[in-house]
Design a protein around this ligand. Sequence first.
Ligand SMILES: Cc1ncc(C[n+]2csc(CCOP(=O)(O)OP(=O)(O)O)c2C)c(N)n1
Ligand code: SF4
Ligand SMILES: [Mg+2]
Length: 330
Amino acid sequence: MTIHATECLLRMHDEHHALEDYQSGVPRWCTGCGDNAILAAVQRLCRDEDLRPEKTVFVSGIGCSSRFPHYMKTYGFHGIHGRALPVAEGIKMARPDLNVFVNTGDGDCCSIGAAHWIHAIRYNMNMTVMLHDNQIYGLTKMQASPTSPRGLKSNTTPRGSYLDGLQPLTVTLGVQNVSFVAQAVDWIPEVLYDILLAAYRHKGFSFVRILQRCPEWLPKMLDPWVHDPLKILLLTHENGVTLSSNLSKVYKTQETHDPSNINRAREIASLADPIPVGILYRNSDIPCYEDLRNAGQQRSARYIKSGLDTEFDKFTIWPQDAGGKVQPSA
Ligand SMILES: Cc1ncc(C[n+]2csc(CCOP(=O)(O)OP(=O)(O)O)c2C)c(N)n1
Ligand code: SF4
Ligand SMILES: [Mg+2]
């Protein structure tokens, strides 16, 4: 049977992706690791939003959580410790048409990558950033991270850490041009999914801190919040997350919070008990850096190549006697 080109194109257009189209390999995370729940939510999101795998890229740094791109059947970049965000920004700058996701650990983002984190918020490029916050360096076997709570005993803090943990939500909400901040927990999958979906649909830098369990090094740390639903403060709003009636019956500690209210968002961000879960802040009016930079510019392949040639030529040492080409003046 012959299939014509137009029919082929129509078939591609109509093609809907299944969960398996986004699944790759067998995750090597420990049993019960919260990263598994985040992966499941993201694969579901990709399927439900029908993201084209060839138009989607997951970028990470280094850490257990940064193994994420290996398990997505999309493009991926498992990069350098702390450098997930600048890599993602480069990709978005060159290819604004791609769906860009970032998976970064609390060490990766809030310690070695902290400078990039601050500037990425200010640049407000359109990407979805998941901070897998297990409050420990997991991959390197249990060193305290900036988000570790005071008193936590680890290989680098054998007498217990001396400082209160850095609060990623308050930091993010304090930076100029912040446009989307949310918090999720790995053990309420329905809300985790809803928050990631809202983050993906937001145009701008969507920052989602996910409290992620690490049963290997901190097996009991989050148990009080996992086992007592009253210790979770669910933020609900028609412009934020709405709860199913079943969830509402279980999680009774709720607040109606309008995500456009940054002052209340900042107050909520500093709450540690109960843990706030939901969308703290959303502002769709902040321009994205890639739009500002690319506005009105013709960025054809020929244009980019000629720009690169000009730059490289400045540093090229031309052999004067081979072919007679003269080194261009700087
Ligand atoms: C430049 C550099 N410094 C240090 C390391 C060692 N290292 C690898 S992962 C990591 C921390 C991982 O912790 P986190 O980012 O919280 O990720 P997790 O493993 O907890 O998911 C460190 C310090 C490295 N790979 N590269
Ligand atoms: S060490 Fe912790 S963070 Fe790493 S895979 Fe195991 S449970 Fe997950
Ligand atoms: Mg960590």
